[in-house]
Design a protein around this ligand. Sequence first.
Ligand code: NDP
Ligand code: 2IT
Length: 444
Amino acid sequence: MSYVDEVYERVVRENPSQPEFHQAVREVLDSLRAVIDRNEEKYRREALLERITMPERQLLFRVPWVDDKGQVQVNNAFRVQFSSAIGPYKGGLRLHPSVNLGIIKFLGFEQVFKNSLTGLPIGGGKGGSDFDPKGKSDREIMAFCQSFMTELHKYIGADVDVPAGDIGTGAREIGYLYGQYKRLTGRYEGVLTGKGLSYGGSLARTEATGYGLLYLTEEMLRANGHDIAGKIVVVSGAGNVAIYAVQKAQQLGANVVTVSDSTGWVYDPAGIDVALLREVKEVRRARLSEYARARATAEYHEGRGVFTVKCDVALPCATQNELGLEDAKALVKNGCIAVAEGANMPTTLEATDYLRENGVLFAPGKAANAGGVATSALEMSQNSMRLSWSFEEVDSKLKDIMVGIFHNIDEAAKAYGMPGNYVAGANIAGFLKVAEAMEAQGVV
Ligand code: NDP
Ligand code: 2IT
């Protein structure tokens, strides 16, 4: 059996009931065959793939908190410190009832390669809890965040592990987490990113993932003879990534006609009204049905359906495995030319293969959504320097990073005989840097 297959089997055996983690590992290891085969003996002797697929440390803890009725609630919480080969652990915190160890491990594993692709000195980690922020009062959110940080603060630090936002964790949650970290440690340091602008946050971090997604998509289209201007774009999700993807796509001249949330989706052929979307989602924290109620051109549909709408470009920006084989078939049938992942692993392996086999340009999340964490790393730099850069300065660095990532993955794909395969290119380019750092640092 090949070394790659051996390691994949071991991962499945040793991590039962973690299908998302298996899926993320399978995708990366399949891409690495071309690299590993050239040096199989060396990598096997170093147990490099066993080490890269096994987190350095996994923290599991309980979070007790008191709800508004005086009832004590208890949630499961996680921080997986996956790899510190190229820098302190870095990655978001997800708060969603679906969170479990397998999901945090898949996200942490993806983060290692994504962070490597940014070219900045950040290792990979991820955390979160099965706490559901929906419908909770601000006081309940604060109680949860303070209790969560009371345990987590022992294991993180500006040069150790730097968490940030993800699904369910936005500016409000980061603020409560930061306040509690400061209170417990007495340290005013860049231990979290995505902070508010009044206490060390970076301009453009809020917009960074969505904007970065569009910078990379624009470059991928250009390299393949297309222009983003004038394209019809479908976006799924209506959160942080989706909102600023819609905004940047419009600024680049595209027409974005859909957004979705966990209950339904909106079709708005006149183009999504970003100001209204922000009001509904960021301010009122309401359902998308309220968007449709306030806008004559919009239709609201229950359930899923974004990928059945005719489009040129699809940007899945909600959650993992939201774009399956049937969606991929509908996209191809409707003439879609490009898919770029704003979310982490939103496309199933079958759907990814189908899209690529049918000539659809495909930008994987670990490249396409790296703008968020890249800007987090810029926030860390600013915190270390006790400086803050202008919006334009951060945005222009973000754009350079995303354009650079596209060319890096494009060239890696070509160098290993798979031109146009950006999945392979991203996995290979991300891996090579981490592997080199691990080899240089010996058996740790
Ligand atoms: P938000 O919580 O801001 O938004 C998530 C959106 O997706 C919401 O509209 C939500 O619906 C919808 N959604 C979430 N989970 C589900 C689900 N299980 N089923 C259906 N819809 C769902 O999160 P973000 O925008 O920050 O994150 C979106 C994706 O992007 C995630 O995969 C995340 O890991 C990834 N990502 C985020 C980065 C960031 O900087 N924030 C960086 C890189 C990747 P509802 O409104 O009903 O809750
Ligand atoms: O998936 C991701 O890259 C994020 N949620 C952002 C992580 C970060 O540290 O900014």
